[in-house]
Structure formats: structure tokens, C-alpha cells
Design a protein around this ligand. Structure first.
Ligand code: TGC
Ligand code: FAD
Length: 396
């Protein structure tokens, strides 16, 4: 006889503040009501639901973690919970919000001048201006320090002339402003250093061709940034950071959100597989009643609880200013692996239906292959953590 059942035996509600609980509930309700009904159609068509951008803004999702400039100023845990709910629906939608918030608004906020902040942040918080982040190049992915894009200063105190190509850039075809990282030679200097530039859509020599043919993250727009003798005013240089730590600092912000997102994707897949196997009858009983099925459900369930606790621990450390980039590497690496492994197992549990879009699991499997690769591949984070715990550098 069936007993009463609950999807999670341990919850984290009592570890959250009232405000965090309310933010979580509001984000879940919004994502269920607005994203879930349209996401499959967009995924199939390979389009991003632009019509949702003003609603993301209204919910405070854009620049959620920043203070001022019309941003919601959420604490790291509330911000993480939003990422969890966005990615419970679709990694591409979470990507849009992550790139806008962590990879574009954050560097303007942290490395920019007051004039740059005033010019860009309020419009970006409202979703009226879209940003993107150009670090990766065709020949510089895991090793961004080998980038070839360069900026040459045109005379003492002059503008910069940018040349190069950025590849795999989320949102570039729809971006009004692009954070472009380039090796810069200041006038009179002979040692290049990586600097960040605000490249505007209408600057002469900028083009952003879209990448077509993706079988993953299809509800997210991906493109290149091609820079051909682009004159960038010196006022568009991000003045407060130099070197690889500039872009890596942004990645630390984005990877933190992805760590929560991985759990969200896993939760969506686990909950779908749990319900399906409780409803589906084979051999005269619900397939959730078979021991092999229960083992799969239990592994997923327990891993999700551990992933959530890791995310929450990192969130509390971040609140106290104690979260290190390596801690974030661990969060991104392990929770994205959790998401991908959970999605694959959940897919198998739905049998033939598991490959169908309407069950919302196959899409996660495909999406998480990208998430496993971007923002530092699984292997790169493994080596970064390996270096931290042994003191030995496996990169070189
Ligand atoms: P390394 O010597 O370790 O560091 C150079 C300087 O950077 C500092 N640093 C960091 N700072 C902040 N956050 C981090 N995570 C940092 N990691 C390192 C470091 O302290 C040092 O500073 P300083 O002052 O001493 O100069 O650099 P390395 O050359 O050994 O490289 C390390 C490695 C391989 C881990 C790094 O290059 C790396 O992370 N590679 C992966 C590249 C990557 O993640 N690319 C992502 C592109 S953006 C993207 O994918 C967006 S997807 C968007 C979406 O969500 O849709
Ligand atoms: P490579 O670096 O060539 O790696 C290929 C394989 O080799 C991987 O498995 C990798 O782990 C492995 N490898 C590399 N070095 C080592 C090593 N030392 N030891 C062991 N294994 C190693 N970038 C941006 O700048 N902005 C964006 O907005 C952005 N959005 C993206 C959106 C999508 C859909 C995708 C797919 C990518 C996006 N990226 C973006 C790029 C992403 O960050 C890179 O794809 C990623 O950093 C890996 O680089 P790569 O593709 O060149 O692979």
C-alpha cells in the first residue's frame, strides 16, 4: 500500500530569512507562470523570449545583486535562489540574466567610472539596454591569457583602436554595449596588459554575427564580436582594473549564480522524473515502486540536498566577504555536474517520453552540456581546485 510521500526529506527553509523565502517563492511563481509555458516553443525555434525582458526587470532580476541605479540590491542567497528558479526552467534564460547582471553590469559597477555607471546601469536594470561579455576567442578559450584581440592607444592620452574577434558571446547580436577584454598597449609602453572596454553597438567597425546550428542552449542568442579598426574613446576604458584578474573577477560573480542554477536544473528534472515514475504503470505497478527506480530517485534527491547546502554555505560566506574564487570553482564544478548527471538519469526514467520536449528534461540535458563547458570547463575548475589543494600547477 502506498504511504504518504514528500519530494524532499530535508528542506532549507528554516535556514533562510523571511525575505529570502519570499524572494524564492515570488521567483518560482513568476518562472512557472511566465517561462514554462513558452520555453519549449522558443527552444525548438532557436529564439530567445525577448518579450520577457521587461518582466525580468520588473521582478528585479537584472542587476539583482547590485546596490543603487534602480537595482534590487538582493543579498547573495536571494540572488542565488533567483538563479536556481530561472535555471529550473532553462539554462539559456538564466544565462541571459547572468550575463546582464554578473558579466556586464557588475564590471561597470566594480571597475567603471561614475559617468559610466550613470550612463549604463539604470537602463540595464530596466532591461532597456542589453549587455554582453567578450572574453573568449577562436584560439583562446580555457586560456584567455593567450587572447589576440588588442587595443592600441592613438597618441598620448588618445582613443584606443581595437582589432580582433570574440567567439561564443551570449547576447552579442542583441547587445547595446559589449564589455570587450583586449591586450592594450598604452602610448609609449611596450608591455601589453589586459584591459576592459565598453564597446558600443554603433561604433564603426563593430559587427556581431549570430552563431547558428547550436543543439544546446537554443533559447539563448549566441554570437561573435568582430572588431575591425574600432575607435573607442578613452572614456570607455574601465579604469579600475588591469590584467587577467579583471575578467576573472567577473567570472567569479557569474559562476556563483551558475552554482545555484545547476541545482535548479537538477530539481526540475528530479521532480519531473519522480512524478512521472509514480504515475507510470508497467508490470501492474507504478515504476517508482521498483527498487532500481527508487535507487535512481534517492541518488538524485540526496545529491540535490547536498548541492543546495553547498550553494547556501557559499552564499553565507559571500555575504560575509569570505567566499574565495576557488570556493566558487568548487560550487560551479560540482553543482553543474550534479545538474547534468541528474538530467541524464531523469531522461532515462521517462523512457521514450524522456526525449520529448513537453516533458522538459531532454532540453536540460542538452543545455547543461554547454553549462559544463562555459564559465570555465569542468576540467579547468578541477585543475584550479587541484592547484589550490596541492600547490602544484597542472596548467603549465
Ligand atoms: P592565474 O595566475 O590563476 O590568475 C591571474 C590573475 O587573476 C586572479 N584570479 C582571479 N581573480 C578573480 N576571480 C578568479 N576566479 C580568479 N582566478 C585568478 C589571480 O589572483 C591573478 O591575479 P594577479 O593579481 O596575481 O595577477 O591565471 P592562469 O593564467 O593560471 O589561469 C587560470 C585559469 C585557467 C583558471 C583561468 O584562465 C580560467 O578560469 N580559464 C577559464 C576561462 C573561462 O572561464 N572563460 C569563460 C568565458 S565567459 C563565459 O563563458 C560566459 S558564459 C555566459 C553565460 O552564462 O551565458
Ligand atoms: P577549449 O579551451 O579548447 O577546451 C576544449 C577541451 O579541452 C575542454 O574539454 C577543456 O576542458 C579541455 N582542456 C583545455 N585545457 C585543458 C587543460 N589544461 N587540461 C585538461 N583539459 C583541458 N565566452 C565569453 O567570453 N562570453 C560569453 O558570453 C560566452 N558564452 C558562451 C555561450 C555558449 C553557448 C558557449 C558554448 C560558450 C560560451 N562562451 C562564452 C565560451 C566558453 O567560455 C568557452 O567555450 C569555454 O571557456 C571553453 O573554451 P573552448 O570552447 O575554446 O574550449
Amino acid at each position: 500500500m502506498a504511504r504518504s510521500a514528500q519530494p524532499y526529506v530535508l528542506d532549507i527553509d528554516h535556514l533562510l530569512t523571511e525575505e529570502e523565502r519570499l524572494t524564492w517563492k515570488a521567483a518560482r511563481e513568476f518562472c512557472d507562470a511566465k517561462i514554462r509555458p513558452v520555453i519549449e516553443k522558443h527552444y525548438e525555434a532557436g529564439t530567445f523570449p525577448k518579450e520577457l525582458i521587461p518582466q525580468f526587470a520588473e521582478m528585479g532580476f537584472l542587476g539583482a545583486s547590485l546596490e543603487g541605479y534602480g537595482c534590487a540590491g538582493m543579498n547573495p542567497v536571494a540572488y542565488g535562489l533567483i538563479n536556481l528558479e530561472l535555471e529550473r526552467q532553462d539554462s539559456g534564460i538564466r544565462s541571459f540574466c547572468s550575463v546582464q547582471t554578473a558579466l556586464c553590469m557588475w564590471p561597470i559597477f566594480a571597475y567603471g567610472t561614475d559617468a559610466q555607471k550613470d550612463r549604463w546601469l539604470p537602463g540595464m536594470a530596466k532591461g532597456e539596454l542589453i549587455g554582453c561579455f567578450g572574453l573568449t576567442e577562436p584560439n583562446a578559450g580555457s586560456d584567455p591569457g593567450s587572447m589576440r584581440t588588442h587595443a592600441k592607444q592613438d597618441g598620448p592620452d588618445g582613443d584606443y583602436i581595437l582589432n580582433g574577434q570574440k567567439m561564443w558571446i551570449t547576447n552579442s547580436p542583441i547587445a547595446d554595449v559589449m564589455i570587450v577584454w583586449a591586450k592594450t598597449l598604452d602610448h609609449g609602453s611596450d608591455s601589453p596588459v589586459i584591459r576592459g572596454f565598453l564597446v558600443e553597438r554603433d561604433f564603426k567597425g563593430v559587427s556581431t554575427p549570430e552563431v547558428h546550428g547550436k543543439l544546446s542552449l537554443r533559447a539563448s542568442i549566441t554570437g561573435e564580436i568582430v572588431l575591425d579598426e574600432v575607435r573607442v574613446p578613452k572614456e570607455n576604458l574601465l579604469p579600475k582594473v588591469q590584467g587577467l584578474k579583471g575578467p576573472l573577477g567577473c567570472l567569479t560573480q557569474a559562476r556563483y549564480g551558475i552554482g545555484w542554477g545547476g541545482v535548479g536544473a537538477a530539481m526540475g528534472c528530479y521532480e519531473g522524473a519522480r512524478q512521472y515514475t509514480m504515475d507510470r504503470v508497467q508490470f501492474d505497478r507504478p515504476i517508482a515502486g521498483f527498487q532500481l527506480t527508487q535507487q535512481k530517485l534517492v541518488e538524485m534527491h540526496n545529491d540535490i540536498t547536498k548541492g543546495l547546502l553547498l550553494a547556501l554555505h557559499c552564499g553565507r560566506l559571500k555575504q560575509q566577504g569570505k567566499l574565495t574564487p576557488i570556493g566558487v570553482s568548487m560550487l560551479k564544478r560540482d553543482n553543474v555536474r550534479l545538474g547534468l548527471e541528474t538530467a541524464r538519469v531523469a531522461r532515462s526514467m521517462l523512457g521514450g517520453n524522456g526525449i520529448m520536449g513537453e516533458f522538459h528534461i531532454m532540453r536540460h540535458v542538452c543545455n547543461l552540456e554547454t553549462v559544463y563547458t562555459y564559465e570555465g570547463t569542468h576540467e579547468v575548475h578541477t585543475l584550479a581546485i587541484g592547484r589550490a589543494i596541492t600547490g602544484l600547477n597542472a596548467f603549465s
